[in-house]
Write a new protein. Sequence first.
Length: 287
Amino acid sequence: MRGKLKSKFVSRKIEDLITLYVPAFIIAFVIIGPIAYMFFTSVISDVDAIEFGKTLQIPSTITFEPYIRVFKIVRLAKALYDTSVYSLLSAISVTLVALIAGYAFSFFRFRGRRISLKFFIFIQLIPGYALLIPMFMYARTLGIYDTYWALLFTFGGFTVSFALWMAFTFFGLTPHELHDSAMIDGCSELQTFVRIFLPLISPGIVAVFVYVFITSWIQFMWPLILTNVNVRAVPVEMTLLWSQTQYLISFNYIMAGGIITLVPPVAVALVFQKWLIKGLTAGAVKG
């Protein structure tokens, strides 16, 4: 009997090792490996960076000069500021619109409701590159080319549909009886929305905000087309490192810039990690 229990325990441990720890290790290696490679490449010289790419042996000489030089080679400081501004503004505005629209679609019944929801799904199917030239001409006509407004309108239009569906899903997980009870108690729709349902879906609000922020932060093509001098984007500025290093591709400078640009989105994800996980797993277990 004891032998059977021991063999069962061992088989259980082996099963957990194969199904849980091995995949977790592989995923961690795939995610952390490139970031570690970027960091070690960013703190060594040009020549050592080339050798490190071949041998993966960390040199004894460590320097943080690439982190200083990268701000002199390109306008990375302005790019970080501009990208932070339009990403935050996009996240705040889209989250607000998505919450209001999601609340309306969840608790109101009106003509065209289902068609409207399907229309927002259809928007997600439109390839953004097909609208590059029309959006460029539109921005020039309105006089908002090379301003925050051009990016806000563009990012808002392409992220609000998915953000709305996220908000709609979170509101759908709340007890709808609360809405009826609030109406009976004399609450207005605004009071019901702000005081009752927003606190209930706070993890969902964080999930929508982080989604829009990171989506806006990593955009490359739209800032490349819709901005020039007044507004600089981090992804666009990073590509200039390849052309600004003259005859030698300085991988340490490029990796240093990559590490710097990773900090804001990772910091946002870590700060809101607790609420983000709750928001992303909401509805996974029912009952």
